[in-house]
Design a protein around this ligand. Structure first.
Ligand SMILES: NC(=O)c1ccc[n+]([C@@H]2O[C@H](COP(=O)([O-])OP(=O)(O)OC[C@H]3O[C@@H](n4cnc5c(N)ncnc54)[C@H](OP(=O)(O)O)[C@@H]3O)[C@@H](O)[C@H]2O)c1
Length: 257
């Protein structure tokens, strides 16, 4: 049987408490990784975080949740220190944090542009910068950046979001050029139409949701597991030869709708 084995792996998922991030946390933990995940600590989602941790602990998986705002480089540094103190290594970083407030470009004030770039792009830099030293010391590491199909087709409805997600691709190329030969391999996964809170906020209405499904050649919306399986594969030795790629996980929508 072909298995994804993440035993002996320590992973950190930035923004791993809900939606795609929770799917990745769950898949990593189920594959045997000790998985740390961060979230904002928002009271609105406290029960979901506890439920995720309890669920994974009950199946014997190693998991720890950390409250840390990804837009704070100090908090990201402290998160990485915590992982290293607790487990002595960090093999995989997933940057999954993201927000997409669709609205017309001409209506976006300066502060909003800046805060969207902080969340969708600068926060990834803080994560990458914090994990590079331990990964370089170990001579190995995997970095998976969660982008968006918006980076490839300008979709999604927000200029700052599309620009930031495209920025992750540049970051990935820089990392490949400068760090792949030192053992650190980076890829970008571009999700599209994955059924999460982020998507439900925009397409909650049944007619809108159906319209969206009609644009997907495989005939359904994606689920967090559709991204999580690929992330776990890339994190494992099965994905060792996949390097510096942008992988669209979209049911064919981006190219063929
Ligand atoms: N869903 C899609 O169809 C789709 C399509 C294209 C790209 N994506 C990308 O995929 C990623 C995940 O999307 P999703 O739909 O799963 O989103 P989501 O349901 O809104 O979940 C976002 C996750 O990020 C965390 N987070 C948000 N702001 C944070 C911050 N400042 N610091 C730390 N954690 C923070 C949230 O934690 P809290 O629970 O604390 O808020 C949550 O765990 C995003 O990067 C998104 O742009 C999604």
């Amino acid at each position: 049987m072909l298995e994804i084995d993440l035993n002996e792996t320590v992973a950190l998922v930035l923004g791993g408490s809900r939606g795609i991030g929770a799917g990745i946390t769950r898949a990593f933990a189920q594959a045997g990784a000790f998985t740390f995940f961060t979230h904002t600590g928002s009271p609105a989602y406290r029960d979901r975080v506890s439920a995720l941790v309890e669920e994974l602990h009950s199946t014997g998986s190693g998991v720890e949740s950390i409250v840390a705002d990804a837009t704070s480089s100090e908090q990201t540094d402290a998160t990485v220190r915590r992982v290293l103190e607790a487990r002595g290594r960090l093999d995989v970083l997933v940057f999954n944090v993201g927000r997409n407030p669709a609205r017309a470009a001409e209506t976006v004030p300066d502060e909003e542009w800046q805060s969207l770039l902080d969340l969708n792009l600068s926060a990834a830099f803080y994560g990458v910068r914090a994990v590079l030293p331990p990964m370089l010391e170990a001579g190995r590491g995997k970095i998976i950046l969660i982008g968006s199909s918006a980076a490839t087709d300008g979709g999604g409805g927000a200029i700052d979001y599309a620009a930031a997600k495209a920025g992750l691709v540049g970051m990935m190329r820089y990392l490949m050029r400068n760090y792949a030969r030192r053992g650190i391999v980076t890829n970008v996964i571009h999700p599209c139409v994955i059924e999460t809170d982020l998507l439900r906020q925009r397409y909650g209405e049944p007619a809108k949701r159906q319209q969206l499904i009609d644009q997907v050649p495989v005939g359904r919306l994606g689920q967090p597991e559709d991204i999580a399986g690929l992330a776990a594969f890339l994190a494992s030795c099965r994905g060792d030869f996949i390097a510096g790629q942008e992988i669209l996980v979209d049911g064919g929508r981006t190219m063929y709708r």
